[in-house]
Design a protein around this ligand. Sequence first.
Ligand code: BG6
Length: 487
Amino acid sequence: MVSRVIPVDAFDLVVFGGTGDLARRKILPALLRRYCVGQIPPNASIIGAARSGMERAEYQEFVRIALQEFVPEKTGTAELEGFLERVDYVQIDARGTDGWADLVARFPQDRIRAFYFSVSPVLFGDLAERIRSNGLVNDRTRIVVEKPFGRDLATAKALNAALAAHFDESEIYRIDHYLGKETVQNLMAVRFGNMLFEPLWNSQYVDHIQITVAETVGVGGRGEYYDQSGAMRDMVQNHLMQLLCLIAMEPPAKFDPDAVRDEKLKVIRALGEVAPYHIARGQYEAVPSNPQAQPSYREAVGNPRSTTESYVALKAHVSNWRWAGTPFYLRTGKRLSARSSTIDVMFKDAPHSIFGESAGRHANRLSIRLQPNEGITLTVTIKEPGPGGMRLVDVPLDMTFAEALGPTAGETADAYERLIMDVIRGNQTLFMRGDEVEAAWAWTDPIIDGWNARGEVPEPYETGSSGPAKADQLIARDRRVWQGIKP
Ligand code: BG6
């Protein structure tokens, strides 16, 4: 199945932090891929902006090298050359006046203008102010910002205020790249495109829901940032929270930005306080046979006394009519046994078994695999084949999207491709609104403050395991078990 590509209107996109890691690894490769499929018109322009003094040709060479590394299949193609022709560079001082007149000169036409803040959040306010005061704003201006969007409610409020001083909320695109993932959007398609699930999607039929985002990678070269954040700020406050919202929200009246974001916000605001014994934190240990290549968390971040968590599991409640009594178990961690993001909707047992006790207990499960191997599995109970009485067995109805939709479905666009094109189209549905981000911090802050106040230290866990023992105890107390972390 080949997806249709609808070209976007011509635009000028400025990438502040154009020489940074995110630009190299994600933004520029995403733009090249969209250019190659014909979604970006040939007269669009992409302007890198950063502190370094560089000529246009030098920057084009920088971009070429990045693209050769991250989109190797396009190396040496006419498409790559055509793309590089679209690329320009401006040396700019985000906090001063240098370079702004040059930037203004790069906008000869009144068309879509996108400003991507791929820089430290401390610069958001300065950039916003200068874009406005230099007259760069037209009626089709978009501001794109990346996480971390604050480190608590107070800092997130300050960032929102700094942007709101110069831009309307309808012009601000806060990226959570999980919302750009194909299967994350599929959550909405599955829930609201089928009659089958929605009538059962409530506490009457759903026993509990598990949301797992497991990674095999460690903190890598991001130790300094990560040690100040931890899994709670880095993953739960944003990515897992967004998944929870999409799973728990009421059907929006339509698939439009505010309708969807209003419903997500209601979920976040309905989240109850999390008791300390409903949380487990962990920190990964070194692999004893290979501590050099696979060091412990503390070694990786260079902080032997660090009490930052690389794993967190918690039990949350959405206190509303739909979900009263159905817990949501969330867990995420680094250096676990497999890379796997899955949502398991665990249905209740049938209310009465006509087959008697010997048939055992059986419950349906809907597993939505977000990555890798995107797909859906519905576990149903059937009779075990053969003579010998009525024995029941659970079997999976399994659909892997790549198999079901054909090979090209496997080549789904990277989240950044989709999100950047949505920015250009002016569609905010897959971006976080300011009030959503603040509500998410308002829920997260007391949890983190509680750890600090109690001086809690995360429990060590083995690299390649499924996390700390406390996480198992957390769910076992409720007579439930985590679903396996399967690649
Ligand atoms: C980022 C986090 O937002 O998401 C990283 O900062 C994490 O720590 C990453 O590794 C996971 O993203 P993905 O797309 O690989 O699941």
